[in-house]
Write a protein that binds this ligand. Structure first.
Ligand SMILES: [Zn+2]
Length: 412
């Protein structure tokens, strides 16, 4: 059967028996994770006999094999409904696009999403039928989807996955309805469009945050996701400017060994301290992560911003180290056009940070631009301030002595 047959028709309602069973399971799902209720009740069921399982498309339509659901029973079906709701709430479809999952990697992304979801659900004691868990894939529990995906790509032999549909960011089901929902047309295809989906995600995020500390106990990963969605965004240029600005001020105002020389002059001009003197001009190095998920326009925009900011402070060239799992030789750049970005593959920015710190004159400030999927040093190199600029939401911010961390969103 092709999707075109279904595309022009309204989704047929479930039979009374199916509807009764689905409603019971859906209600159970909403009671198990009340903070997900607005998502669970927004799912549009589409009967899919012989499918063997459930799946979800990017428009929040769940494809349901009701015979299989009856075999599972209400409790397990409720867990499966929650699984599908997590796919669309966590926007696995959009996140796959954003990190550039290729078509032939869609199954691995699907597996990564399943592992991240099931990890939380099983932890909550939900009876999922034969769930894929991180440990089955040789992965650590409690990681983000993007982290799992990268690890799976590295060991790409895990291919035993059934697709959960386009809503998981996986391969669309053959019978998926390819028509977008049209809220203005009651005869059109039902489903949840992007605007409505974002409103539901915000409602869920509020409920997740509110449920913290209650006996509902949403998983830490889900709480992080919710906080991130709700936090008002400060333009990233402001964040970067303020972090860099305070590091530069800390350096230009720091007493320097050469004040011995200034002392002699201080006899005649006691209050003339010349904080802008050459000795106190900061040396700044930028370490750029060029692993596969970093977008070149964003990197360019970030480096341009750093450059402009430093020029205003009288620093006219930047030392740039481009790094994935190895570091390229440091390049001294005056203009952004001079920068060559190469790379791809795994990331270990400790190598790039060490290489920047070893330059002479040694930098006082090292700015790192990264997606954060890298090991970090425990502290900044000696006499150096490390500003970690983590782009996107894939990884936690590093901590340690001399390290300032900030997160900026993907460029709109
Ligand atoms: Zn799934």
């Amino acid at each position: 059967m092709t999707s075109h047959k279904l595309a022009s028709t309204r989704i047929p309602p479930l039979s009374p028996e199916d509807a009764e069973f689905f409603s019971a399971a859906r209600l159970r799902a909403a009671m198990l994770q009340p903070y997900l209720a607005s998502a669970v009740f927004s799912l549009v069921p589409v009967v899919q006999p012989e499918y063997g399982t459930f799946g979800v498309d990017r428009w929040w339509r769940v494809y349901v094999d009701m015979n299989r659901a009856r075999e599972w029973g209400v409790a397990a079906t409720a867990a499966v409904i929650l699984h599908e709701a997590h796919h669309v709430v966590r926007d696995h479809h959009g996140r796959a696009d954003r990190i550039g999952v290729q078509q032939d990697q869609a199954r691995l992304w699907n597996l990564a999403g399943d592992a991240a979801i099931n990890d939380d659900l099983v932890e909550d004691g939900l009876p999922l039928p034969s769930p894929v868990l991180p440990k089955h894939l040789g992965l650590q529990t409690g990681q983000l989807e993007e982290t799992y995906f990268r690890q799976l790509v590295r060991h790409a032999e895990n291919e035993q996955c059934e697709s959960c549909g386009s809503g998981s960011g996986g391969t669309p089901l053959e019978t998926e309805i390819d028509q977008e929902p049209d809220p203005s047309n009651p005869q059109g295809s039902q489903g949840v469009d992007q605007v409505e989906a974002q409103a539901i995600r915000r409602a869920v995020a509020h409920d997740v945050v509110a449920a913290q500390g209650s006996n509902q106990n949403p998983s830490p990963g889900l709480v992080l996701w919710a906080q991130d969605l709700l936090n008002p965004q400060v333009p990233w240029q402001n964040l970067l400017r303020s972090a860099l600005g305070s590091s530069v001020r800390a350096i230009t105002s720091r007493p320097h060994a050469d004040w011995a020389r200034a002392d002699r002059r201080a006899d005649s001009q006691p209050e003339f301290l010349r904080p802008g003197s050459r000795h106190h001009r900061p040396q700044v190095a930028v370490v750029i992560d060029t692993s596969a998920s970093m977008s070149v326009p964003l990197l360019n925009a970030a480096v341009t911003e750093i450059n402009a900011m430093l020029q205003r402070c009288g620093v006219h060239d930047l030392l740039v180290v481009v790094c994935d799992s190895a570091a390229t030789p440091p390049q001294r750049v005056r203009r952004i056009g001079q920068l060559t970005l190469r790379g791809g593959g795994g990331t270990d920015l400790r190598v790039g940070i060490a290489s920047a710190a070893a330059c002479r004159p040694s930098p006082n400030i090292i700015v790192v631009l990264t997606d954060g999927l890298t090991p970090w040093p425990e502290s900044a190199p000696p006499k150096t301030q490390l500003i970690a600029v983590v782009i996107g939401n894939q990884a936690p911010l590093p901590e340690g002595a001399g390290i300032t961390s900030l997160r900026i969103r993907e460029l709109e």
